[in-house]
Design a protein around this ligand. Structure first.
Ligand code: 13P
Length: 248
């Protein structure tokens, strides 16, 4: 299957920095052998949409989406608004939002539902903390997180992307080994298969957590690792493009 490399810029960037980054990506991305998406902060979606005009190799993504369709929800951005700006993917349930914004499994499921209703592919993030891993709870946690999304959106399995992001690997430089990641990816694939066997083999399951130019190839070689969700390394064009090359 065609792999997907997504850059999550998190709360980084500026008009000037975004312009430099997108220009550098455009200059060297060519015709990549995988799908590529960049997810800038919401405030910069319009800017990055314009910077990407005429560049079909790089799609636009959002880092979050409202669970509401519209109305009196101060500060929220709806899926329809994202679609207005050409957004094709939306990250939902990132561990930083689960941790700092208190997002529940059900809220994440409703966010995915809104994205799907506007034709936006949700990138559904799951992952365990270090404490949970040490207690042997990894499988339980990731399956609970994914099952909440599937319970609400089970008929749309084929239109989703899943991202396994072990919390202990995010921004720490401590990557999961390819074998550790593959084990969880295979578990998630099995869970998808139980809902829709045909669709499950086409759902891309991304790995995220300190993936970088040096370790991407080994991770992406695993049978159930279908791409990457990249944080820090997505802010450096050469590093991000090296990862894109490794996914080709
Ligand atoms: P890092 O690549 O910086 O560890 O971040 C991973 C991540 O959280 C992507 O969503």
């Amino acid at each position: 299957m065609r792999k997907l490399i997504a850059g999550n810029w998190k709360m980084n960037g500026s008009l000037a920095a975004n312009q430099a980054l997108v220009q550098a990506l455009r200059a060297d991305v060519g015709s990549p052998g995988c799908d590529v998406v960049v997810c800038p902060p919401a405030a910069y979606l319009a800017q990055v949409q314009q910077l990407l005009a005429g560049c079909p190799s790089i799609a636009l993504g959002a880092q979050d989406v409202s669970e509401q369709a519209g109305g009196a929800y101060t500060g929220n951005v709806s899926a329809a608004m994202l679609a207005d700006f050409g957004v094709r993917f939306a990250i939902v349930g990132h561990s930083e939002r689960r941790q700092y914004q208190g997002e529940s499994d059900l809220l994440v499921a409703r966010k995915a539902q809104q994205a799907l209703a506007s034709g936006i592919t949700p990138i559904v993030c799951v992952g365990e903390t270090l404490a949970e891993r040490e207690q042997g709870l990894t499988d339980f946690i990731v399956q609970r997180q994914l099952s909440a999304v599937l319970a609400v959106n089970g008929t749309h399995v084929a239109e989703m992307v899943v991202a396994y992001e072990p919390v202990w690997a995010i921004g720490t430089g401590q990557t999961a080994t390819p074998e550790q990641a593959q084990q969880v990816h295979a578990l998630l694939r099995g869970q998808l298969r139980a809902v829709n066997a045909t669709a499950a083999s086409q759902v891309r399951i991304l790995y995220g957590g300190s993936m970088n130019a040096a370790n991407a190839q080994a991770l992406l070689a695993q049978p159930d690792i279908d791409g990457g969700l990249i944080g820090g390394a997505a802010l450096k064009a050469p590093d991000f493009l090296t990862i894109v090359g490794a996914a080709a």
